[in-house]
Each structure stands twice: as structure tokens, then as C-alpha cells.
Design a protein around this ligand. Structure first.
Ligand SMILES: Cc1ncc(COP(=O)(O)O)c(C=O)c1O
Length: 371
């Protein structure tokens, strides 16, 4: 039997009987934009993530965009971000007319590299930073990155699209963030029934701003404090997400188990390097990330697919390799050795809620045939 890269139906089948009556109620009450279920979701997220304020929005890309606006990023300002991330992180900067300053990632944990960030600051004096908690863990130097930004009064936006459930120092990774973002794209660790996102914040002032700017910049129904966006969540998605939130412990258990299985099973393979969280960080099992010595990632993935294993490559290209990066006036700091090499070689084995051990074993066996 083939093993899919992801199978959302394993979670959906578990919650569907509870979601259907909630959706019927949304229809009956015409709870389409905003409403009590959205407010409940924001409260649940704040409690689970240990953050004081949460505002939901239409997707995780908008969340980064409005978080940047909340910290004062405007046209012409420079914003540092990692060269290895999903394109949306870059897009949010470019959509505001700000100048992306691309910084390489760390060779060990694959997160924004602090030494590179420091030298990029010396060279380019950027105005704000986005760090991405990529792949289901975070930087070994998260505390130092936060301190570096704080000392220089640089706003730090944490793109948390992939980090729901990640823990550092025994608490949720976003608990100590100033402002961070979430994506509820269906394939995420906590995924919705459609696109969705949220901004989490330490300050009430930021909450007020984000709530307004996601709702056309309203100060009252037909009065406007800002030129904003239409980026809101509705009852249908909130009802689904509220039910998914109840499954967070089971989701974490299942994903972490899969991630740990691959790590343990491949530990003695000299040609395979499985990446994972640094000491003190608990991963969420969002992605399995590995490289095979002497092989291009695409070669490995093609062979795995032929063997019926739904492998993927997150990500096959860096930000600076994308043609529109040039139009955005992007500054590329340094040689980008780590991010480029990673994109050339990265492979992801299947990992999702409900994946069985025999499926992981099948993926491992196919991989061992390939190398
Ligand atoms: C790191 C990162 N940032 C931003 C986003 C954008 O989120 P969305 O797809 O909800 O717009 C994603 C996911 O898709 C992501 O992985």
C-alpha cells in the first residue's frame, strides 16, 4: 500500500460527528464572519499558547503582513528574514513595499543564524526582523535572538506558522514572543477547514491595532482609523478549529512519535542526517527533515515516489532564487551557503497526525533502498 505524504482524513474522521452539528448551527444562525465561535477560538489559542492577546485573521500570510504593520514597518524600511522559509514570509515584507534583507540559516538547527543576523545588521542596519520557527522546532539561540533585537530596539516578528506545540524552557515557544503569527492552513499542525491565521501579541495596544486593521481599519462601523484589510475568520472555520484544538494533545503525541521513530530508526545510518530540535526544545513533529550524503533531494524524492512513498521537499529553493525577489530590491547578505545546500538536498518523509508505525517503517525501508 502506498504511504501518503499527508492524510488529513485521519483527523477529520475523528472530529466530523462533532463538527457537523456545529456547522449546522452556524448555518442556522448565519454566523459567517466573526461571531462567538471566533471569540472562543481566540481565547483557547491564548490559553494554549500562553500569550496575552490573540486576533484571528484570514490566513497566515496576512498575519505576518499585519504583524509587520503593527510594529511600524512601512515602505522603504528594511526587514531581515531567513533565506530558508516559505515564500509567504518574504511576500509579506514585499507587499508592504519594505526591502527584504535575506540572512542565511544555521547549519545545525536550520533556523535564522544569529551570527549572520549580526553581521547583516552591521552591514545593512535593517529596521525590523522576522524569525521563522521552521520545520517544527526553533533556534538553539532563540533567547539570544530576542535579546539582540530588544537591545537594538528592533521589532521582532516571529512567524509561527509551523510551530504550534513547540516548547522551549518548558513553555510554548510563542509565550515569550512580543508578536507572532500562526497559520491554520489545513496541512498545518492545527489546521482549519479552509485558510485561516492569527496574530499573537504581548501588548494590548498591538491587539487593538491588529483587530482594527484586519477589519478595514475600522474605529466604528463606518469610521476608519487606518487603511486596513479585509482579513477575518468566520464561524464555519472557527467551529472546526475549536474542535481541532481539543485534539492538540493527541496531535502532538502522534506527530512527535512519528518524528522520534524516524530519528531512532535512521540514527545508525552514516549517509543520512536527520535534523531535529536543539537541546531544550521540544518539537511538534510538523516535518521530518533529512539529507542523504552524495544525493540530490529531488533524486531521492523521485525514487521514493516510484516506491509509493509520498515524500516531499520543503523547500526546494531559497527566497533569493525566486525571480520576483529582484523586483523587491532584495538585499542578499553573505554567501547563503547553508540555505542553498539545504534546498538542494532536503527530503521530507511522510509525517502527519495518525501516521502508523508500519507506514513510517515502510518509508524508512524505501529510503534505505534508495541510498
Ligand atoms: C513559515 C510560513 N509562513 C507563512 C505561511 C503562510 O500561511 P498561510 O498559508 O496560512 O497564508 C506558511 C504556510 O503556509 C508558512 O509555512
Amino acid at each position: 500500500m502506498p504511504v501518503p505524504f499527508i492524510d488529513l482524513s485521519r483527523l477529520v474522521s475523528r472530529i466530523r460527528e462533532d463538527v457537523l452539528p456545529a456547522w449546522t448551527e452556524c448555518l442556522d444562525k448565519c454566523e459567517f464572519v466573526g461571531g462567538p465561535r471566533v471569540a472562543t477560538l481566540e481565547k483557547k489559542l491564548a490559553t494554549t499558547l500562553g500569550v496575552p492577546h490573540v486576533v484571528s485573521c484570514a490566513n497566515g500570510t496576512d498575519a505576518v503582513l499585519v504583524a509587520l504593520q503593527a510594529v511600524g514597518v512601512k515602505r522603504g524600511m528594511k526587514v531581515a528574514l531567513p533565506n530558508l522559509t516559505f515564500w509567504a514570509t518574504f511576500e509579506a515584507v514585499a507587499q508592504l513595499g519594505a526591502i527584504p534583507v535575506l540572512v542565511d540559516v544555521n547549519e545545525t538547527d536550520l533556523q535564522l543564524d544569529l551570527d549572520q543576523l549580526k553581521s547583516a545588521y552591521d552591514a545593512h542596519r535593517f529596521d525590523a526582523v522576522i524569525m521563522v520557527h521552521l520545520y517544527g522546532w526553533t533556534s538553539a539561540r532563540l533567547g539570544e535572538i530576542r535579546a539582540f533585537c530588544k537591545e537594538r530596539k528592533l521589532p521582532l516578528v516571529e512567524d509561527g506558522a509551523q510551530c504550534f506545540g513547540v516548547e522551549t524552557c518548558g513553555e510554548p515557544v510563542l509565550a515569550a514572543s512580543q508578536i507572532a503569527t500562526l497559520s491554520f492552513y489545513p496541512a498545518k499542525v492545527v489546521g482549519g477547514a479552509m485558510d485561516g491565521g492569527a496574530v499573537t501579541m504581548a501588548s494590548a495596544e498591538h491587539e487593538k491595532f491588529v483587530r482594527s486593521i484586519c477589519n478595514h481599519g475600522r474605529s466604528d462601523h463606518y469610521s476608519y482609523a487606518h487603511v486596513g484589510w479585509n482579513s477575518r475568520m468566520g464561524g464555519i472555520n472557527a467551529a472546526f478549529l475549536n474542535r481541532v484544538m481539543d485534539e492538540v494533545p493527541a496531535i502532538m503525541e502522534s506527530r512527535r512519535k512519528g518524528a522520534a521513530f524516524y530519528r531512532a530508526r535512521l540514527a545508525d545510518q552514516k549517509k543520512i542526517r536527520v535534523y531535529g530540535p536543539p537541546d531544550g526544545v521540544v518539537e511538534n513533529g510538523y516535518l521530518n527533515v533529512l539529507t542523504v550524503e552524495g544525493k540530490k533531494g529531488q533524486e531521492v524524492v523521485d525514487a521514493l515516489k516510484k516506491a509509493g512513498i509520498g515524500a516531499a521537499r520543503t523547500y526546494p529553493e531559497t527566497m533569493d532564487a525566486q525571480p520576483p525577489a529582484k523586483d523587491a530590491g532584495t538585499i542578499v547578505h553573505g554567501d547563503m551557503k547553508v540555505s542553498r545546500a539545504m534546498c538542494e538536498r532536503v527530503v521530507n518523509l511522510p509525517l502527519f497526525y495518525g501516521i502508523r508505525e508500519d507506514e513510517c517503517e515502510q518509508a524508512v525501508r524505501a529510503l534505505l533502498e534508495v541510498i
